[in-house]
Design a protein around this ligand. Structure first.
Ligand code: NAG
Ligand code: NAG
Ligand code: NAG
Length: 475
């Protein structure tokens, strides 16, 4: 290789590093049958993710991250905030067990996320008193452990902690009911050279506001651009992030680093949650951040974690049926769509390796059952309440099924979730198993994977027997 091409090679490599700045993924584990942590770490590495964000510090997850080289943000769940806020000893223990020990073991922990969107309006203020003291105590514990330069605290907030009354980013400020608290937190982060973490969701804007201009959610220009002085915003992401930048700048913190803790688009469970939109949003976002230009108010690389890596079938659907479908991967480690992260030679997502499935068997409604059988309705309710029917509904992946298809879908979901236990395909004799895949078009009748740990497997069996006895008493 000549000097010029060598120099060019090195230069373009440096440019790539600077402009990409690394992409991260959120790894949640609220799944009935999670992929094994080793498999997930392998997926993250093969696909060129440099960073991973967790919602807790589970032993199995943390062990799999040893010597992986991945930068890790460990999380503290909201239900631990009260204890950590009131007890310095608890904070020291948390850091000692969940940070120091793993760092000594080769886990590259860089951040501790204290709470997860604790000021969300739906929490009715439950964590308003505890989040900041917990943040301070964890920071104190990191200092005591000699780790405060290496590991930074942060507290991921939903973008609803700030707003702009006019819709223009330059009118942005923190939400009035929590403004003083937010300013105290921002000052604390700034004093400790720690970043502000925000989760930004154009999908939720579209979901909750029927008048939201669809094209403004994406990155391909918009007929509803927002003009703010000399700046024109043609995508909601930039405008939203800059609203935060303005809110901080106005209050004296123009340079506080920002991490986009969650960004993504779900693929099912709502008319706007589909593979086409998710692909368009995530690819648009990746192209945007790969350009390295940043937003009008914050030039430079954007530090972000995609939400999320894998679907989680046990997430609460209180926010909406889409909540279990945020993954760029299905529950069994298949990429749902083409996504070029700019991190691999092939420019495609690679599927998870060594996935083991249960038998190719499904549970369906018996063809002989009459639909007006009075046992049908309670059986569907029961199956859907205990498994996952979020792919059934208007304009969802299984929205085109007929009534019999709907019932079979519900039965199969319950059967698979219970590891194809024969008892879970009873439904008072309405159901039967089949070797013929009932999937049609976009509607996938899944076959469950073999659950990761023996403990979880036994746990599932126990839950099943409890549920079945409940079922028998009810009907
Ligand atoms: C460490 O994290 C785990 C998982 O989030 C949690 O269950 C445990 O209580 C934590 N340890 C301490 C000492 O707080
Ligand atoms: C918040 O308040 C509403 C209405 O009072 C209630 O339905 C909901 O369960 C509360 N949520 C939490 C997390 O406390
Ligand atoms: C199938 O179930 C969905 C979701 O419950 C419902 O909206 C739809 O109307 C059902 N279709 C038929 C044909 O029963």
């Amino acid at each position: 290789m000549g000097w010029i091409s060598l120099a060019f090679g090195v230069l373009s490599w440096i440019c790539l590093l600077v402009s990409v700045g690394g992409i991260g993924a959120n790894w949640g584990t609220q799944a009935s049958h999670p992929l094994s942590p080793t498999t997930v770490v392998q997926m993250l590495k093969e696909n060129g993710f440099q960073k991973v964000k967790l919602f807790d510090a589970e032993e199995g997850t943390m062990s799999a991250l040893r010597k992986s080289g991945l930068e890790v943000m460990v999380g503290i769940p909201n239900d631990m905030l009260a204890m950590l806020a009131t007890s310095m000893k608890a904070a020291n223990n948390w850091v000692s067990n969940n940070v120091s020990a793993y760092i000594n073991d080769g886990v590259n922990i860089r951040y501790v996320a204290v709470g997860n969107e604790p000021f969300l309006q739906t929490y009715n203020g439950s964590f308003l008193q505890t989040t900041f003291p917990a943040l301070q105590n964890i920071q104190g514990a990191l200092i005591k452990a000699g780790l405060s330069n290496q590991v930074k605290v942060t507290t991921p907030q939903n973008a609803d902690v700030y707003a702009s009354p006019s819709g223009r980013p330059s009118d942005g400020d923190f939400r009035s009911d929590i403004r003083d608290l937010m300013l105290a937190i921002v000052k604390f982060l700034n004093d400790n050279a720690a970043p502000f973490t925000v989760n930004i969701y154009p999908f939720i804007s579209l979901y909750s506001d029927p008048n939201f201009p669809v094209d403004y959610a994406f990155f391909e220009g918009s007929s509803s651009a927002v003009v703010d002085g000399s700046v024109t915003y043609s995508n909601m992401f930039d405008a939203n992030l800059d609203t935060l930048v303005w809110a901080m700048k106005k209050n004296g913190f123009p340079n506080l680093p920002i991490i986009v803790g969650e960004i993504g688009w779900p693929t099912d469970g709502d008319m706007n949650a589909n593979v086409q939109y998710a692909q368009k949003f995530n690819q648009g976002f990746m192209n945007h951040i790969s350009s390295g230009q940043g937003t009008p108010m914050r030039a430079g690389p954007i530090d972000a974690y995609l939400f999320s890596l894998i679907d989680e079938d046990q997430k609460s659907i209180q926010p909406g049926n889409f909540e279990r479908h945020w993954g760029i991967y299905t529950y069994d480690g298949w990429p749902k769509y083409q996504l070029n992260l700019g991190t691999t030679k092939t420019g495609t997502l690679l599927r998870a390796k060594n996935i083991q499935y249960l038998d190719k068997k499904w549970c369906v409604l018996k063809p002989s059952v009459n639909l007006d059988n009075s046992k049908v309705a309670p059986s569907i309710s029961y199956a859907c309440a205990n498994a996952d029917c979020t792919s059934l509904g208007y304009k969802t992946s299984c929205g085109d099924l007929d009534a019999r298809g709907n019932i079979s879908y519900a039965f199969n979901s319950f059967y698979q979730k219970n590891d194809q236990d024969d008892v879970a395909c009873g439904f008072e004799n309405l159901a039967t198993t089949t070797n013929k895949d009932p999937s049609t078009g976009t509607c996938r009748f899944g076959v469950m994977i073999i659950a990761d740990s023996g403990i979880r497997y036994q746990g599932a069996g126990l839950i099943l027997s409890v549920l079945l006895s409940l079922f028998l008493t009810l009907f």
